[in-house]
Design a protein. Structure first.
Length: 66
């Protein structure tokens, strides 16, 4: 298991949290969760294309998805 040094602070708003870590720790985190995998990077490209083409909308509650 990967050990990471992370600072966690309450964010500006009442529902936000701020995480702080070194770039080396972030790279270890990303590798552990597979964020450098080809499939993940392709899914990011698809997501960005969906946003540009207007297939994404902002919701405030999961009830809006019903």
């Amino acid at each position: 298991m990967v050990s990471l040094a992370v600072k966690i602070r309450k964010g500006q708003g009442s529902q936000t949290v701020s995480l702080e870590m070194s770039s080396r720790s972030f790279e270890r985190f990303a590798a552990a969760f597979g964020l450098f995998r080809k499939e993940f990077l392709q899914s990011l490209a698809r997501s960005q294309r969906d946003i540009r083409e207007g297939r994404v909308r902002t919701i405030t509650s999961f009830k809006e998805l019903e």
